[in-house]
Design a protein around this ligand. Structure first.
Ligand SMILES: [Zn+2]
Ligand SMILES: [Zn+2]
Length: 244
């Protein structure tokens, strides 16, 4: 079971902890944690000005720091240094809402939306809602960290893992949940698109469960391709799509 403790910051989820504001230069890790804790606490991304206030740093340094974090694929920025995505959170609608006890997020994609209760200690169960891209039928699940939600819907991922970051917002936008394999097939036919990878809700839940563990804490490192492949394998995924 992945855990990510905010510890004493549970009262103030945006708090950065002692030492965060002490040093002269902006520590990229302090900025990264500020981005994710702000997004987790409010459901919205902090602007460069807001992140400057949170970290006690000048806005130009924050903007430079955000661009560095984007280069390292910790987040996605637009041309004005505004945060578009900080996975699993999104500042733009991509087909999913994730409702917590007092916070509402755009889930980046099926994978990201199912990851939220695993990442946030104070949100053990969230309501994930979407529409089938093929037929428009609404779907909603109570997603907890205990077990996969029941349901016969399937997720379809169009872009193989090796190319997911070529255009990650486009990739997330395509990772959707459908009524059934028939709806996936109809959607692909209508778009003249080749099939990607189809998985049931249990597989999606296993994929999401530990993927973002530690992202709200200091010292987080992104997985390299080898550890990512090991993670996908233990989640029960298979094939070249996942680099396996
Ligand atoms: Zn995503
Ligand atoms: Zn459908």
């Amino acid at each position: 079971m992945p855990t990510s403790s905010l510890g004493p910051e549970a009262v103030d989820p945006e708090a950065l902890g002692s030492g965060a504001l002490d040093s002269g230069a902006l520590d990229p890790e302090v900025l990264r944690v500020a981005v994710f804790r702000r997004f987790a606490a409010r459901g919205a991304a902090g602007s460069p000005a807001e992140l400057a206030a949170l970290t006690g740093q000048p806005e130009p340094a924050v903007r430079a720091g955000l661009r560095e974090l984007a280069a390292q694929r910790h987040l996605v920025l637009d041309a004005d240094d505004r945060i578009v995505m900080a996975h699993p959170f999104s500042a733009v609608p991509l087909g999913f809402s994730v409702m917590g006890r007092a916070t509402l997020w755009w889930g980046g994609c099926a994978w990201d939306s199912f990851a939220v209760p695993h990442l946030l200690p104070d949100e053990p169960e969230v309501l994930v809602a979407t529409r089938c891209p093929a037929c428009g039928r609404p779907h909603a699940w109570s997603v907890s960290r205990r077990e996969p939600p029941p349901g016969t819907q399937v997720a379809h991922f169009p872009v193989p893992v090796a190319r997911m970051w070529d255009d990650v917002v486009h990739t997330c936008g395509g990772q959707r949940l459908f009524c059934s394999p028939d709806c996936v097939a109809a959607w692909l036919t209508a778009r003249k698109q080749q099939p990607g990878y189809v998985m049931d809700l249990a597989a999606l839940w296993r994929l999401a469960a530990g993927w973002y563990a530690g992202r709200l804490d200091y010292g987080y490192t992104r997985r390299d391709p080898a550890t990512a492949a090991a993670y996908f394998r233990q989640a029960g995924l298979e094939g070249a799509f996942w680099g396996l």
